[in-house]
Write a protein of this length. Structure first.
Length: 64
């Protein structure tokens, strides 16, 4: 499933990057060589990153 259509980022790619790269959603996108475009995916992407890190017991960075 695509999480970010603008950048063609699949959920599995986002989850893998969340496990190996620290930071918020912008940092994870940057690790994938991408920059958020329209922003409509950011809430869902953030939830996926938080979920993946919780499952892997990694630190979670909450924006704000």
């Amino acid at each position: 499933m695509f999480v970010c259509v603008c950048n063609a980022i699949r959920e599995c790619e986002l989850r893998a990057a969340a496990r190996t790269h620290p930071g918020d959603v912008d940092a994870v996108y940057a690790a994938l060589g991408k920059v958020p475009q329209c922003g409509s995916c950011l809430d869902e992407a953030t939830e996926i990153i938080i979920d993946e890190r919780a499952c892997a017991q990694l630190p979670v960075v909450v924006p704000g």
